[in-house]
Design a protein around this ligand. Structure first.
Ligand SMILES: [Mn+2]
Length: 272
């Protein structure tokens, strides 16, 4: 039993062909059956994978998941769908998805590009995260091409169960420091914004970090002010911000989601 205020989940990649859609269905059933409760469910991008399957086919093949989302929404959970780089729905495609939801039943599911989550003074920025990636994700062909080795490795893993994907991801990605690059860009972005945390997906590396930033307090401080700051526990030269990554539902060992409780505290969960 998990009681959350908000659930954030990303990178289901429905349509990829190797995604964990059975796990997604179980997870959504747990929300429907109140084993996991939340006021908001945020789908943070790459929910559909249009690089591998046309939208119409995805909507047909994964109709059950769409039914579940409408059901969850009808049970008074706000459902927000944020677009990613594998599901950059055009206005026309968004209309197709809305029409599909509406054909299932009454709902107010929202499709958007980004979202701000507020809890008395704590503000989280939620976006898919490809905005921080320099690897040409805007170009559908190159994006598809760059997916190929990953796609291939996971298929090999399914066949032989040898954990190749993790091994290669660890070595190759560490080599290119790709996810670190995304994190660094995130850090730079959030350092200039009034957010207390940023929640992304995209890298398929679930993570919860606390970043410390130096505040622009002019030194030296007067003794009086220093005492005041210390007594009131105002951080003297640091400000903490969270980096939260919701992982993915492609690799079986992941199937991760984030919960935010009503105090605004974030946790990372592995769905089993
Ligand atoms: Mn992505």
């Amino acid at each position: 039993m998990i009681e959350a205020d908000t659930i954030i989940v990303s990178d289901w990649h429905l349509g990829l062909g190797i995604e964990q859609h059975h796990q997604v269905k179980k997870f959504l059933n747990d929300i429907i059956n109140q084993k996991i409760t939340a006021k908001k469910l945020i789908l943070n991008g790459d929910i559909f994978d249009l690089n591998w399957m046309p939208l119409e086919k995805i909507l047909k093949k994964y109709r059950q998941i769409l039914n579940q989302l409408v059901k969850i929404n009808q049970n008074n959970t706000e459902v927000v769908y944020i677009l990613g780089n594998h599901d950059p729905l055009t206005d026309k495609q968004q209309k197709t998805v809305y029409d599909c939801f509406n054909s299932i039943g009454l709902n107010n599911i929202i499709i958007t590009k980004g979202y701000e989550l507020r809890y008395h003074g704590t503000i989280y920025k939620i976006m898919h995260g490809h905005h921080f990636d320099m690897t040409l994700t805007d170009h559908p062909f190159i994006s598809k091409l760059s997916d190929l080795p990953y796609h291939f490795l996971i298929r090999l893993d399914r066949l032989f169960g040898i954990g190749l994907t993790q091994l290669v991801i660890k070595s190759v990605r560490r080599f290119y420091d790709w996810s670190k690059f995304v994190e660094t860009k995130c850090r730079w972005y959030i350092s200039k914004k009034p957010y207390h945390g940023i929640i992304i997906g995209h890298t398929h590396i679930p993570k919860l970090l606390t970043w410390k930033f130096k505040q622009k307090i002019k030194l030296p401080l007067s003794k009086k002010l220093k005492i005041y700051l210390e007594q009131n526990k105002v951080p003297l030269d640091f400000q903490e911000k969270k980096y939260i990554n919701s992982g993915d539902w492609v690799e079986k060992i992941h199937c991760t989601f984030i919960t935010i409780n009503k105090e605004g505290r974030a946790s990372l969960h592995y769905y089993r």
